[in-house]
Design a protein around this ligand. Structure first.
Ligand code: GN1
Ligand code: MG
Length: 369
């Protein structure tokens, strides 16, 4: 962090109810959207570690309802966990630290929104899943998250991004970006565009199931990528689910689908060696087992039947979002190299192709569990 950033972070930190004085801060490179910093405060012998984060208001247009969601959800989780007698509460749910005025956010002089969380100690996240044991932990953790929130009425939460996983609308936006081709990039993505177009017949499967009333709206996480679950550094146990900006009414299938996207192949989201990208059945089985074990009490047979399809469709949805962003000049997802969003898209599409060769087997497995 440069001295200016440090000064800024010190000023921000003073707005929140953190005991002690700022000692040290650093940037944490996570996510494609918000900016995140870790900071340490010292008060005599007491050391507090926190996370300061800006909210990207280009992406999250209404940060106040968003933060109200986050507070509502984290308090609900904590209450439920405490009632169950869970140990280590501070590591099992995020905790928002309010400002001195009691608000869950601070607006700085540039109009930027900041929020602060307790830092979860002794955990780590991984960009790529490594073992079926980890996959089971992730499936179980996101399933538990849904289960603990299943008694919170979905309509009480704000929708932080409308139509977030609405595949047909995402598909429409892609078609428009192809047509406009503002950055003259469509040619370099012609194979990916053709593949995306070939998926047109299935894009509405999940929204149709919702419209028919087959699958209900519930409180869901909506960004269940593997690196959004924190695993205990030593035991590997999933401790805490993070990144709560998109917790809102949704289908449990959005969550399961994004887990399939990120937790069934030992490759990163932007893997360039596509030969390595494959849905690994032992990972999928562990993931599905962990998830089903945690959600058995409320997930319906109709939801269960669509789990495999959701894996394909949510992978597709995120894949076309990367492709659209590539065509639109990388305005949404932060990139770290040229063609990064195209690489990300290619990885997603390769995974879909792998899923297509194993769909029947996956379906049989899920229905058996
Ligand atoms: C974004 O916040 P972050 O970087 O974890 C995106 C998700 C995508 C994900 C892909 C609000 O998540 O939808 O699946 O990138 N979040 C938003 O890595 O668009
Ligand atoms: Mg996110």
């Amino acid at each position: 962090m440069n001295p200016q950033e440090r000064e800024k972070l010190i000023l921000i930190g003073r707005k929140f109810r953190i005991p002690g004085a700022f000692q040290d801060g650093h940037r944490i490179k996570i996510g494609h959207i918000n900016e995140t910093f870790g900071a340490t405060y010292v008060d005599g012998k007491e050391v507090s570690r926190v996370v300061h984060q800006t909210i990207n208001t280009q992406v999250f247009r209404e940060p106040i309802p968003l933060m109200n969601n986050v507070v509502r959800v984290t308090e609900h989780l904590r209450r439920k966990l405490a009632a169950e007698g869970a140990s280590d509460l501070r590591r099992r749910s995020l905790e928002v630290i309010p400002t001195h005025d009691g608000l869950p956010y601070h607006i700085d002089e540039d109009g930027r929104y900041w929020r602060t969380f307790v830092f979860v100690e002794g955990v780590r996240s991984y960009d790529a899943v490594q073992t079926p044991l980890q996959a089971a932990q992730a499936g179980h953790a996101f399933g538990r998250f849904q289960a603990l929130l299943s008694d919170l009425p979905a309509r009480e939460l704000a929708t932080t991004i409308p139509d977030f996983h609405h595949t047909p609308k995402r598909f429409e936006r892609l078609l428009k970006a192809i047509e406009i081709d503002e950055f003259n990039r469509a040619k370099s993505a012609s194979k990916e565009i053709a593949f995306a177009q070939s998926m047109a017949p299935v894009v509405s499967a999940l929204v149709d199931a919702e419209a028919r009333g087959d699958v209900p709206l519930r409180v869901t996480h909506n960004d269940t990528k593997f690196n959004n679950v924190l695993l205990d550094e030593e035991s590997g146990e999933a401790m805490c689910v993070v990144d709560l900006d998109t917790v809102m009414p949704g289908l449990v299938l959005y969550d399961f689908g994004d887990m399939v996207r990120t937790t069934t192949s030992r490759t990163a989201e932007d893997e360039q060696y596509l030969d390595r990208v494959e849905l690994e059945m032992p990972m999928f089985e562990a993931l599905a087992r962990g998830y089903i074990e945690a959600t058995r009490d409320f997930v319906t047979p109709a939801e269960r039947r669509l789990m495999v399809l959701s894996g394909k469709l949510i992978t597709f949805t995120i894949g076309i979002r990367f492709l659209t962003d590539y065509l639109q000049g990388d305005q949404y997802f932060r990139i770290h190299r040229e063609h990064h969003n195209l690489d990300r898209c290619r990885k997603q599409f390769k995974l879909i192709q792998s899923i297509q060769t194993k769909e029947d087997e996956m379906q049989r497995l899920v229905e058996r569990l």
